[in-house]
Every structure is written in structure tokens, then in C-alpha cells.
Ligand binder design. Structure first.
Ligand SMILES: Nc1ncnc2c1ncn2[C@@H]1O[C@H](COP(=O)(O)OP(=O)(O)O)[C@@H](O)[C@H]1O
Ligand SMILES: O=P(O)(O)O[C@H]1O[C@H](CO)[C@@H](O[C@H]2O[C@H](CO)[C@@H](O)[C@H](O)[C@H]2O)[C@H](O)[C@H]1O
Length: 452
């Protein structure tokens, strides 16, 4: 692909897009889900543009952070984002906070563009498209056919701080619109679909989805049943802390639920490869080096943290590698009735899709959840390390009761995976929520110095 082909949508002349891309270049970095906040957007190219319905454009844009496309069309450093843009002469004042700006010239001159996911009419039309499988340009609307989604469900955009954007329809379905798009099947479609086929009841199954065939094959959104009256684990844990309540029964049940999901994953995606601690240690060390470069406060702790990874090479291999959740924390589990459900199988958003879809030790998810108890316990002063310790114990005991092996007996593995996770969290917080940086940094200090 040539440079111009890469930067230009199929149907619009490049010059007519310049004023629109100028607006988007300002707007994108202000969005919670924008991943490149630590680097300026040097260029913004339109990869595809499809009129979804009158007044609503579907776009994939490339936000570049310097550099030029390599020969053969490899995009310059940057990311691809999915946008749904409303285009109107005078948008309703209720769309105020969704406004992106008025296009000064070019093909859309004088029109105002806004984030169409905030527009109930656009959200309704989007669901209509998903209800009727078909195509629009490179976009494909597909469904699993097992249930008929009713017409006319009232949409609302979720306001939670998210890596993506989600629309809830009539408290019956939730549509997750992925924002940062990478080539390939998104595990948040692939995994829940495969688990549903295994009869695993812990994960809401995809009902319909949106994908694209241009400029590459990728998943763009997934519709699944909405668990009404559910509370996420993070909210429940903070409520328990605030009330001075114990959270061990819930943590135990959560450990069992995690093991259920791991068992179903190992059946749905048979891999059973032995753990390769040497390669894992090398990958963790590489990530640490990159993170310490990006977030210099990590640097004094690098030797201690490297030791945690080096120790992996002398540990027993641990449980076989398998598909895992990849970003398991208290915000990814929902309690509805007396059951825990697990959502958001995308993995850590900043990692390449190929890595997120490959096999890992299940200890990685366990470590993610253990880190989350620590995060929760640090939300209140004084810090409640005992509360977190009891949750850890209960969670591991619950896991062991179902999985048949006890994470607490894999001390070296657990320490390495917790360290790797804390390093990821430092990077995540530095990029997205600098005020939260002390939370993973406290763990870094502990893991680098004491190793427990
Ligand atoms: N099936 C569901 N039922 C009820 N609420 C859900 C469901 N899926 C997601 N949510 C809610 O939406 C929030 C964001 O979902 P998530 O998949 O974690 O998105 P993101 O990857 O953008 O963070 C969750 O924290 C949860 O509150
Ligand atoms: O957006 P996602 O849910 O996919 O995950 C990302 O954001 C999470 C924060 O919203 C982040 O989780 C970290 O903060 C949580 C508290 O807000 C805590 O429970 C987690 O343990 C901690 O990792 C997650 O790392 C990130 O991938």
C-alpha cells in the first residue's frame, strides 16, 4: 500500500478531509480511551470511512506519533481508533459534551461533528443494523442467531471510565464499541463465544457483533446480554472496606469462579503446553526495561524486580500454559444474584493482539486479582494490608478447591507474575491516571525490596 493510499479513505479526496482530521487530532487525545496520551499526535490519517446511515459516519483513523509509513505500507508508529461521528448542521444542545467541532472547510464545511455514541438516535440505528445481519461498505454486522434481539430498546451510553465505549440497551443488552483497533479477532468476541459453546455460565455470551474487512480484518464491537442489578467486584470490595466488612466469602467464591473459567478455557482452547519459565522471565524483563524507560521512577527498583523474574528460572514449571483472561481485576467481575461473572476478555489493552491471544500461565490472572485486592485496600487510609491479605488467602483457597492445585504453593511464580502485573500497572497509571501511580509503586517497592 502506498503512503497516500494508507492515509486516504476509499471514497474521499484527501484535501476534503483535512479540516475534519484537524478537529479529530485535537479531540482524540482528550478521550479517556485514547492510548497515546504520553506522546503528541503528529498526524492523523483516515483509514476507512463509511456512511452508516444519513448523518452518521463510521471511521477508522490512524493517530500517528511521528515517523512515516515504512515501504510496503506498514503504518507509522501510532494506533488505529474507531469513531462514530454524527454530522449535523445544528446538533441538539443535549449533545453538548459530545461535540467535536464545526468543520471550517472542505466537503463537510459548516457542519458540526460530534461523537455519535452520545446520540440516542444513532445508538438506536446502530442496534437496528446489528439486529439485521448485513454489510455496509467494509463493515459486517453479524449475529449468532440463538436469540432475537427485540426492536426499540432504549439506549444509554455508559459513563464509567473505560478503555472502550459501551451502550446499554433497555437494560437487556450491552454493546461494547472497541476504540483502539488492531488487526485480527478480538479475544472479547472469540473467548466468550468459545466459552458459551462449552456451556460455561460464568461469561455473558456474544449475541451479535460488528467487524470490518478494511483496511484489515478486525472486530469492532460486541453485543451481549446485560446482567441487570449486577455490581462489579471493585465497588463491592470498596463498600466492604468502607463498612469495615470482611470480604473473604466473596473472595473465596471469586477464586472458584476464576478456576471455573480457567478450566473452561483450557477445554475450549486445548493447548496444554508446559510452562516455559525461561522465556516468560525474558519477556517480563523486557517489559520492565521498557516500562522503566517510559516511567523513570521505576528505575531504582529495576535490580530487585529483575531478581523476581530471574528466580522464575529455578521454579518448577507450574500449571500448563493456556488461554487466560489476561487483565483480571476486581472491575472485570460482576456479582449478580449469588454468582460471579467474568467480563472483558480483551486482555491488557496496550499489548499486541497476538500476545493477548497466546497461551499464558493461569497464574497471570490470579496475580492480577491479588494485585486488585491490594489496590482496593489502599483506597482508604489507614491502608488495610490485613484486609487484602485475608482476601488473597480466601481467593487462593477458593481457586485451589476447584482447580486442584494451590496458587499459594507456587510462591516464585506468583511473585514474578505479581511483579510483572505491578510493572504494567505503573505504566498504565502513568499514562492514564497519574494520581494513582503511588498505588502500584507501593507494590513495586515491596516486591523489589522484600519480595513478598
Ligand atoms: N454483560 C454485562 N452486564 C452488565 N454490565 C456490564 C456487562 N459488561 C460490561 N458491563 C459493565 O461495563 C463496564 C465496562 O465493561 P468492560 O468490558 O470492562 O469495558 P472496558 O474494556 O472498556 O473497560 C463494566 O465495568 C461493567 O460495569
Ligand atoms: O479498562 P480495563 O478494565 O480493561 O483495564 C484497565 O483499566 C483498569 C482501571 O480501570 C486497570 O486496573 C487497575 O485499577 C483497578 C482499580 O481501578 C484495580 O482494581 C486493578 O487491579 C488495577 O490493575 C487495568 O490495569 C487496566 O488494564
Amino acid at each position: 500500500m502506498t503512503k497516500t493510499a494508507f492515509l486516504r479513505p476509499r471514497s474521499a479526496p484527501a484535501e476534503s478531509m483535512e479540516s475534519l482530521t484537524g478537529l479529530l487530532r485535537e479531540w482524540l487525545p482528550l478521550q479517556r480511551w485514547f492510548a497515546g496520551k504520553d506522546r503528541p499526535v503528529t498526524d492523523l490519517g483516515v483509514l476507512s470511512m463509511t456512511e452508516l446511515f444519513p448523518g452518521c459516519l463510521h471511521m477508522l483513523v490512524h493517530a500517528g506519533h511521528g515517523g512515516v509509513p515504512a515501504p510496503g505500507g506498514t503504518p507509522p508508529a501510532g494506533d488505529c481508533y474507531q469513531l462514530l461521528l454524527g454530522v449535523r448542521e445544528r446538533p441538539s444542545p443535549r449533545l453538548g459534551k459530545a461535540l467535536i467541532g464545526r468543520v471550517p472547510d472542505g466537503r463537510l464545511a459548516g457542519l458540526t461533528v460530534y461523537d455519535a455514541l452520545h446520540d440516542p438516535r444513532a445508538a438506536q440505528l446502530l442496534l437496528e443494523r446489528l439486529r439485521h445481519p448485513g454489510a455496509a461498505g467494509p463493515l459486517r454486522f453479524e449475529c449468532d442467531g440463538s436469540q432475537q434481539v427485540p426492536a426499540g430498546l432504549v439506549p444509554r451510553l455508559m459513563t464509567a471510565e473505560q478503555s472502550n465505549s459501551s451502550l446499554v440497551y433497555g437494560d437487556e443488552y450491552i454493546l461494547k464499541v472497541f476504540r483502539r483497533i488492531q488487526p485480527g479477532v478480538n479475544p472479547d468476541l472469540e473467548v466468550p463465544g468459545a466459552l458459551a459453546r462449552q456451556g460455561c455460565h460464568r461469561v455473558p455470551a456474544p449475541v451479535a457483533w460488528l467487524r470490518t474487512t478494511h483496511p484489515f480484518n478486525a472486530t469492532l464491537g460486541v453485543l451481549q446480554p446485560y446482567l441487570r442489578n449486577a455490581s462489579d467486584g471493585w465497588t463491592l470490595a470498596l463498600d466492604a472496606l468502607a463498612a469495615g466488612d470482611d470480604f473473604t466469602a466473596q473472595s473465596h467464591a471469586l477464586g472458584r469462579a476464576t478456576a471455573d473459567v480457567h478450566l473452561a478455557l483450557s477445554t475450549a482452547f486445548p493447548i496444554g503446553a508446559p510452562g516455559e519459565n525461561g522465556r516468560t522471565a525474558a519477556a517480563m524483563t523486557e517489559r520492565l526495561t521498557a516500562a522503566a524507560h517510559a516511567v523513570p521512577v521505576l528505575q531504582p527498583f529495576v535490580p530487585g524486580l529483575r531478581a523476581a523474574f530471574a528466580a522464575l528460572t529455578t521454579c518448577d514449571a507450574g500449571p500448563p500454559a493456556q488461554r487466560v483472561h489476561g487483565d483480571l481485576h476486581l472491575g472485570q467481575v460482576l456479582r449478580a444474584g449469588r454468582e460471579w461473572f467474568v467480563i472483558d476478555f480483551e486482555g491488557e489493552p496496550s499489548r499486541p493482539l497476538s500476545e493477548r491471544r497466546s497461551a499464558h500461565s493461569p497464574v497471570r490472572d490470579i496475580a492480577g486479582m491479588l494485585r486488585s485486592f491490594d489496590y482496593a485496600a489502599r483506597q482508604r487510609r489507614p491502608w488495610r494490608p490485613e484486609w487484602a491479605r485475608r482476601c488473597r488467602e480466601a481467593y487462593c483457597a477458593g481457586y485451589a478447591a476447584r482447580a486442584g492445585w494451590d496458587p499459594r504453593k507456587k510462591h516464585g511464580l506468583l511473585r514474578a507474575y505479581e511483579t510483572d502485573r505491578a510493572v504494567y500497572e505503573v505504566l498504565y497509571e502513568a499514562r492514564h491516571r497519574p494520581d494513582w501511580l503511588p498505588v502500584p509503586m507501593a507494590a513495586i517497592e515491596r516486591l523489589a525490596v522484600r519480595g513478598d
